[in-house]
Design a protein around this ligand. Structure first.
Ligand SMILES: Nc1nc2c(ncn2[C@@H]2O[C@H](COP(=O)(O)OP(=O)(O)O)[C@@H](O)[C@H]2O)c(=O)[nH]1
Ligand SMILES: [Mg+2]
Length: 219
């Protein structure tokens, strides 16, 4: 019985990986940079997309993943950018997005003017890292309030990401956190990962983020 279950799970992952690979190639051919944002709830994914939308307004589209509700999609919609909501609640409440669901979304979206396609994955550091959605850049966001050790507790999210954003740096003066240790620990889990420190509240570091996006949008 157990063996059968493992085989079925392997098949689901194989199908997911094939679709992910197709998405990666398709969006590259369209000249669209495809970014997957992963973090625990409240680390600042939507806030960063909001800031980015103000800068790159007409060229951004966001696919929002949530178990329930459309709160984040409404926040982004208010800024006048295109948003597509995926709710997993009605289908069992999965805590991650899968490549097939993104493919279905993309088939319904007009991508003609889009240069940056963001996926805000469902808020947790576990499941989203297990499912490749074909993004060109996986981004893990860790706020300074989360501590120096989360990369060791949830290593896959850091191993499978090309960029780590350390968010909410405006809070550093109020926290007992060793930022250098936090960064060293991230590099211990993934020595290749790039790190950008920023705050959407006071704006520090945002210029590096915008530059990162512009530099990488050559696919
Ligand atoms: N102090 C501070 N708060 C932030 C920052 N970015 C986001 N927040 C706050 O953190 C909370 C969660 O942010 P949100 O973007 O919704 O996180 P998400 O759940 O990852 O999408 C909100 O109350 C934001 O105002 C930041 O850079 N500094
Ligand atoms: Mg959010």
């Amino acid at each position: 019985m157990e063996t059968k279950k493992i085989k079925v799970m392997q098949k689901i992952l194989d199908i997911n990986d094939r679709i992910a690979s197709e998405l990666r190639n398709y969006l590259e051919k369209q000249g669209i940079l495809y970014l997957n944002m992963m973090s625990s709830p409240g680390s600042g994914k939507t806030s960063l997309i909001e800031k980015t939308a103000n800068k790159f307004k007409d060229s951004i589209f966001v696919i929002e993943g949530d178990i329930q509700n459309t709160l984040d999609a409404e926040r982004l919609n208010n800024l006048g950018i295109g948003v597509y909501q995926i709710n997993t609640g009605p289908f069992g409440g999965d805590c991650h997005l899968e490549a097939g669901w993104i493919k279905t979304a993309i088939e319904e979206i007009d991508l003609a003017s889009v240069k940056y396609l963001f996926v805000e994955n469902i808020g947790n550091l576990v499941c989203p890292a297990e499912f490749d959605i074909g993004a060109h850049i996986n981004i893990v966001i860790l706020s300074v309030a989360e501590g120096e050790d989360k990369q060791f507790k949830y290593p896959l999210a850091f191993r499978n990401s090309q960029l780590c954003i350390i968010s909410k740096t405006d809070l550093l003066p109020y926290l007992d956190i060793d930022l250098k240790m936090m960064k060293d620990n991230i590099k211990k889990v993934n020595s290749q990962i790039e790190i950008i420190e920023l705050s959407t509240k006071n704006g520090e570091g945002l210029s590096y983020w915008y530059e990162y996006l512009t530099q990488n949008n050559n696919c």
